[in-house]
Design a protein around this ligand. Structure first.
Ligand code: HEM
Length: 450
C-alpha cells in the first residue's frame, strides 16, 4: 500500500492558489487538477482533502464502503440553512427521517403530483402565448429564470398545497446569496464562528430568520387539525404520519429542517437540469428533431419508459450534472486507489469531471442521447455516472424530479419552438448546484405543428 504523502498534488503555496481557484472557477481548477495530477489528488494543507476523479473512488465512498464515509465537516456550512435535515443528518435521525419522508417520494406516490405539474406548466404556456400574441412574434425569455420560478411554484404546492406568493420571492432572492456564502465555506473549509458579526455570518443569520419565519408560519398553520383531511400535499401527510409514529415522531425542529431541505433541494436542482437541457438541445438541432418525433406519442398522464426524452435527460445530466460536487469524510483510515488515507480526510468526487472522461464515455463532449437509448448509464462502469448520488444516500427526489422534468420538457417542446438568442453563451458555474449565472436567453414562438 502506498503512503498518503505519495498521492500526487500541489505542494505548499500551490495548494493555496489551488483553493483560491476552486472558489473563483471551480470547474476549470478541477479540470486542471485532473489533467496535471491524475485520478487522485491530495491537498495536504490546511485540512486533508482529496479529489477522487476515478469511478472506483466514487463507487467506493458513496456505495461500496459508505459506512466508513460520513457527510462530515464540509456539510456543516449547509446546516446553517438546512439544520439537521435529510441531506446532512446521520445515524438514527437520518434513518427515521428517510423512512418517513421517503414514503412521500416513492415512485408509486409520485403520480399524485402529475395534475399539479400540468396545472403550473399550463399557466406558463398561457402566459407565454399571450405575450407572443401581444408582441406579434417571438419573445425573448430567460429560460433559467422561468424554470426556477416554475419548479419553485411546483415544489411549494407539492409540499404545502398552496403557492407561497410573495414569500416565494423572498426565498428565491435569498437563496442565491446564501448558496454563494455556503459554497465558499465548503471549498475553503473555513467558516468563522457563528457568533462573530462578519458580513457573511450576518447575512446567513438574516436569511435564516426570514426562512424560519416562513417555514414555522406554515407549520403552525398546518398544525390546525382541520387542514389534514384529504390533502395530497407532503406536509399534511408528513404531519399525519408523524402523529401515528407516537414516540418515533419527528420533532417540530426536525420537521422544520426536513421541510426546509425539501424546499431547497427540490427545485434549484431540477431547474438547472431543465436549463442545461434546453441549452444542449438548442445547440443540436438533429437531436431536437429526434425529440420532436419521439414526442408524437407523448402523454404526460401516461409516461412511457425509456423514450428518447428519457435519454435526453440522462445525457444532459452527464454533461451538466445539476449537483456537480459531492463530498464525504473518512471515519477511519482507509485505502483509495492503493493509497492509504488518514481518518478525517475529506474526499470530493466531481461528476463534471468523471462523467466527461473519455475513458468512460466515448466522445464525452458530444451531446448524444443515443448513447443511453438502449443502455442504462448505471450499468456502465460503476461510479462513472452519479447525477443523483449512489448508495444509501442517493437522492430521495429522483423520481419526482425525473417525472417533473419529463412533463415540463415534453409539454413545452410540443407547444413552443425554442432557439438560443444569437451570440448568447451561457456560463456554467458550479456552486452547490450547477448554475447558469448569466441566465439562458432564448427566443420562443408557439409551434404550429410538431
Ligand atoms: C434533477 C434533480 C435532482 C438532482 C440532480 C439531485 C441530486 C442529488 C444528489 C447528488 C444527492 C446526493 C447527495 C450526497 O450523496 O451527498 C441528493 C440527495 C437528496 N436529494 Fe436530490 N436531486 C434532485 C432533485 C431532488 C428533489 C426534487 C428533491 C425533493 C423533493 C430532492 C431531495 C433530496 C434529499 C432529501 C436528499 C438527501 C437524501 C439522503 O441523504 O438520504 N432532490 N440529490
Amino acid at each position: 500500500m502506498k503512503k498518503t504523502n505519495d498521492i500526487p498534488g500541489p505542494k505548499r503555496l500551490g495548494i493555496f492558489s489551488c483553493i483560491r481557484n476552486l472558489v473563483s472557477d471551480s470547474w476549470a481548477e478541477q479540470k486542471r487538477l485532473h489533467k496535471k495530477y491524475g485520478d487522485i489528488v491530495y491537498l495536504k494543507y490546511p485540512q486533508k482533502v482529496i479529489f477522487g476523479f476515478h469511478p472506483e473512488i466514487v463507487n467506493y465512498i458513496l456505495k461500496e464502503n459508505s459506512k466508513n464515509f460520513k457527510k462530515g465537516k464540509r456539510f456543516q456550512p449547509l446546516s446553517s440553512l438546512l439544520g439537521n435535515g435529510l441531506v446532512i443528518s446521520e445515524g438514527d435521525i437520518w434513518k427515521k427521517s428517510r423512512r418517513i419522508v421517503g414514503n412521500e417520494f416513492n415512485p408509486k406516490a409520485i403520480k399524485r403530483f402529475v395534475p399539479l405539474f400540468l396545472e403550473e406548466i399550463q399557466e406558463m404556456i398561457e402566459t407565454w402565448k399571450k405575450k407572443c400574441e401581444r408582441e406579434g412574434g417571438p419573445i425573448e425569455v430567460d429560460i433559467n429564470k422561468e424554470m426556477m420560478t416554475l419548479t419553485y411554484k411546483i415544489i411549494g404546492k407539492a409540499l404545502f398545497g398552496k403557492f407561497l406568493g410573495h414569500q416565494a420571492d423572498i426565498i428565491q432572492t435569498h437563496l442565491g446569496e446564501a448558496t454563494d456564502i455556503i459554497i465558499k465555506r465548503i471549498m475553503t473549509g473555513v467558516s468563522l464562528p457563528k457568533i462573530l458579526p462578519t458580513p457573511d455570518n450576518l447575512a446567513i443569520k438574516r436569511i435564516n430568520n426570514e426562512f424560519e419565519q416562513i417555514v414555522y408560519g406554515i407549520l403552525d398553520e398546518k398544525e390546525n387539525p382541520l387542514d389534514e383531511n384529504g390533502s395530497a400535499n407532503v406536509l399534511s401527510k408528513l404531519m399525519a404520519a408523524n402523529r401515528k409514529e407516537g414516540k418515533l415522531a419527528l420533532s417540530r425542529k426536525q420537521m422544520r429542517d426536513e421541510i426546509m431541505t425539501l424546499m431547497l433541494a427540490g427545485h434549484e436542482t431540477t431547474s438547472n437540469l431543465l436549463t442545461w437541457t434546453f441549452y444542449l438541445l438548442s445547440k443540436s438541432l438533429d437531436k431536437e428533431k429526434n425529440l420532436l418525433n419521439d414526442l408524437e406519442n407523448f402523454d404526460p398522464e401516461n409516461l412511457e419508459e425509456k423514450t428518447y426524452l428519457d435519454a435526453v435527460i440522462l445525457e444532459s445530466m452527464r454533461i451538466f450534472p445539476p449537483v456537480p460536487l459531492l463530498s464525504r469524510e473518512s471515519i477511519e483510515e482507509d485505502v483509495l486507489l492503493g493509497y492509504k488515507i488518514p481518518k478525517g480526510t475529506t474526499v470530493f468526487v466531481a461528476a463534471m469531471i468523471t462523467q466527461n472522461d473519455p475513458r468512460f464515455f466515448e466522445s464525452p463532449e458530444t451531446f448524444s442521447p443515443e448513447r443511453f437509448l438502449d443502455k442504462d448509464p448505471y450499468q456502465n462502469r460503476p461510479g462513472s455516472y452519479f447525477p443523483f448520488g449512489l448508495g444509501t444516500r442517493r437522492c430521495i427526489g429522483e423520481e419526482f424530479a425525473l417525472t417533473e422534468a419529463k412533463i415540463i420538457l415534453g409539454t413545452l417542446f410540443k407547444n413552443f419552438h425554442f432557439s438560443l438568442r444569437p451570440g448568447f453563451v451561457p456560463k456554467p458555474v458550479p456552486s452547490i448546484t450547477l448554475q447558469a449565472k448569466t441566465g439562458l436567453l432564448m427566443n420562443i414562438k408557439p409551434r404550429t405543428k410538431v
